[in-house]
Design a binder for this molecule. Sequence first.
Ligand code: HEC
Length: 308
Amino acid sequence: MTQKYIPLKDHETPIKVLFTGYLCSVAVGYFFALIQILFTHGMADGKLGLSLDDIVYSYYGNRSGTVLEKKLNGSMKQNASEKERFEIMQWVRDGADVKTYESSGVKKIIDERCVMCHNKEAGTIPDFSDVEVLKTVTTEDQGATFASLTRVSHIHLFGISFIFMFVGIIFSFAQSPTMQYKCIAIGMPYAFLLVDILSWWLTKIHPMFAILVVFAGMGMGVSFMFMWAISILEMWFYPQVFINKASGEPRKQLSTVILEKLAPLGGDTNASFLTNVFTISKTVFAVVADIWINSLLPFIKDKLNKKS
Ligand code: HEC
């Protein structure tokens, strides 16, 4: 097949410098984006570090009730009588209306029972002498609002598709991966980007989709790293990485090497990507099933029999 494009390694140095400058800036940007995620979403459950709970709290919210109710049933329980606590909760359930704050008698309870600690001088704990501050602990935490999701969705779709447009253009000049794998690497971030945005909305509706947010984020990251590394290596380290020093011949393509390694499982360098995925997973599944039926299951049965 004749090459209809200039391979990355043959570009003029100024172009290589331009491409490299762009790739490096975007990589640093990606790094800061990850830190930003760690500090905004990562802290959602009160602990540093990203967990599924963080994602659920960020998008779906923590809907097990309001902070005020949880505290009145928890660490603040002994500060008011059963009846007083009930009256406060009643007011919260009725919408924590500022207009009925005094008339319902809740202001009196708060002033008598809570403001001795929750006042202006208290420092870190909220000052309940101001009803507006009290209100902040009476709303159900519903996570991201639809308005904020709409805003972040369109910013992400426009912004990230631009980043992957340029990374993809640069990578499209790479010559070491096969045409098929290049198409997959270039298309993958866009597929994952759409899944990512979709998964936020789905998580807003139901917390079980939080895992999809993680999956899509990782998919985007993996394709980004792959295109980034191949592009940089081809531009600046082509002879060292892709040429066999002894023979002077190009090294085998990575996909070929991997498929040859997977040949016992049905890997075939002539077959298409999907066929390979299909046959290899079929073999892996058969092997796992075989181990389960012939080794693991008898082993467990044996253990159980011995016990009884
Ligand atoms: C003896 C002092 C004291 C009294 C009285 C008191 N609190 Fe607290 N309150 C605290 C302290 C200290 C904290 C922070 C530690 C914690 O969360 O348990 C706190 C935390 C809270 C929080 C959580 C604030 C947040 O932002 O996380 C709420 C809600 C709360 N109190 C409600 C009440 C209510 C309602 C009353 C009255 C019935 C009350 N407290 C009476 C000392 C007090």
